[in-house]
Design a protein around this ligand. Sequence first.
Ligand code: ADP
Ligand code: MG
Length: 721
Amino acid sequence: MNEQVELPVAGMDCADCAARIERALRRVAGVESAHVSLGAGRATVVFDPSRASEARLAQTVEALGYRVTGSRLSGQAPVGAAPRLYGIASGLFVVAVACAVLIGLAAERLGLIEAASRLVPAPVALAAVLIGGFPIFRKVFLTVRARTVTPHALMTLGIAGALIIGEYGAAAVIVFFMRFADFLEAYTAGRARQAIQELVALQPLEARVVRDGAEIDVPAAEVGAGETVLVKPGERIPVDGTIISGRASINQAPITGEAMPVLRAEGQAVLAATISLDGALQVRAEHVGADSTFGRIVRLVEEAEARKSGAQRLADRVTAYYIPVVTGVAAAAWLIGGSASAAVAVLVVSCSCGIALATPVAVVAAVGSAARRGILIKGGTALEALARADILLLDKTGTLTMGRPQVTSVHPDGDRTPAEVLAIAAIAERYSEHPAAAAVMAAVGEAASWSASSDEAAAQIEVAPGRGVIVHEHGRQVVVGSQRLFAERDLPLPERLAAQAEALEAVGQTVLFVALDGCTVGLIAIADTPRPEVPEALRALRALGPKRIMVLTGDNARAAGVIADALGVECRAEMLPEDKIEVVRALQAEGRVVAMVGDGINDAPALAQADVGIAMGDTGTAAALEAADVAIMRDDWRLVPEAVRISRGAFGVIRQNLYGTVAYNLTGITLAAVGLLPPVLAAAAQVIPDFLILLNSGRLLRSPRRSEAGAAPPRWGAGAQ
Ligand code: ADP
Ligand code: MG
């Protein structure tokens, strides 16, 4: 049996670090898989406990120069004041020396002082290099010992080269810029991590439960299913559960991003991390901790980084070739070009963590900020597909419409009454979970004159997906479904009914035919309310990216056409669930990137087939969370263009970061190799990409615009259903 352990890792200051720790962990005997998340600052390792141990894993991480914090088995003391003090003091020393050297150089250039480079005595410069560079040299030593080479190793080689050719001042300047770049990278990684940490901070920590008649506080994750949890007004609800008593306005923003509270009362579900604004509640716990909806969201966001996008994999490949190529160029500059200084400059200018930093920061930032808006994007792959999608498929029922159709009219054939037609239909529909069935059952409930106990054991139920249901019960056979189903089963369609159906469909209604024992007894028309925010959302989507938008529906062509025309989108109607998958496949075969929006329940297969499946779910429907690549956590279509906007923004940034860094470094290396870039300037130049990446990715780290969310119409406020 394999075991899984989570080690909190401190000291990861660039994306490359995570990859390096991952590689080292995977090399440990007995380790099955290892994943290190920069965003979460955590290594998740699955290993065989008979061959490896948690202590061994922690050692491996620490041998690379990182700290495993908070682990039970780590013998390491927490980061104390001493290393920090050392960092600051050595940093200041290097800054002073480097400034002196730079000012000296500038003054010499300007002809103010002659031989100013000797302003800083060699021993002082050497001391600055050793003291200031120590943390980096130590890390390089540790990683080389663990058989990995990092960009820092190149830099160290460059510094050694500078010292060998007697350029002590230059070496000090290089160390200074290297420390500065490290600082920038750590800062950027930290900001990206913040997006996730802000989310994690919403996690409820404590719960007040009733045990043996007494109220006690326990850690939220240790509440047992079925226990009664007490929540006071203003408190965060610690578990997913059902209200046993009390009612309250609940702020669900941690999950849905929607600040407008919703009213919840006895018998209704509440979710962990949401806040009871004004009521005292007793909640029966159902899912706790990592199992709760919020726990799963946090988990998915933290893991988002692991699902690498194509661009990220490309960056990884580039990084793998980068170091040998650069070393080769430096060697050539020295051996062929005959300039040791040019070789040093090549090594120095090429050392930028930028490439490794370019994508994870953007992915983590985008996923984190999307999550706070109620959009769950499951990783780089989903982010990229969403950004690149050029065709958007929409499901109709439950996606474009509310998914809660109602019976609008009943048309009997012959001498039956409408109530009889409904009653006959209900014999079959009470076994169906289709929204159409719910509409019929609701209408029967209103008629109230009819009642019969359902008898699942005696009934034979046949579901024709996308067409209807057929039920045999007590010697009767009832069929309810589409015209297509009736044609397939050779059931008669009286001309008068067919004409009626056509007229109803022409105004956008869905017609269900009803047959009893092979005789068609009438039809029931149902209609669903369109979601009001869809037209605006589709306009926004069109402006953003996908140029083709198409509705896929199992409904009849006429009714679907009415809605599609009103929205100005293409339409494929009368599709069976398997036809929908076929359409997705065919489009993919044409080379299109397909995004599909569905309700995540009956569209799961097509959502899974699409390059990116977007599930519209009411406050975290479990199915939507699991099935889709992108889950919209509240019933608000405006989040769909928002998701596309975020992904496109992130991908724009990633592309700029990546190509920009590559182009910049190539130019720098070329200039350095031909001697146009002296080592000191090379060191300064090396910091620039880090700076640009920091600024560029910063665009993604802005907080969500709360005002926008707050402006939602109160319809969602009354979301109790
Ligand atoms: P959509 O693609 O709009 O979600 P479905 O594939 O679920 O539609 O269903 C397509 C059609 O099949 C419906 O419009 C309805 O005519 C018929 N149908 C499916 N299930 C039932 C049912 N339980 N009762 C009656 N009609 C049904
Ligand atoms: Mg559907």
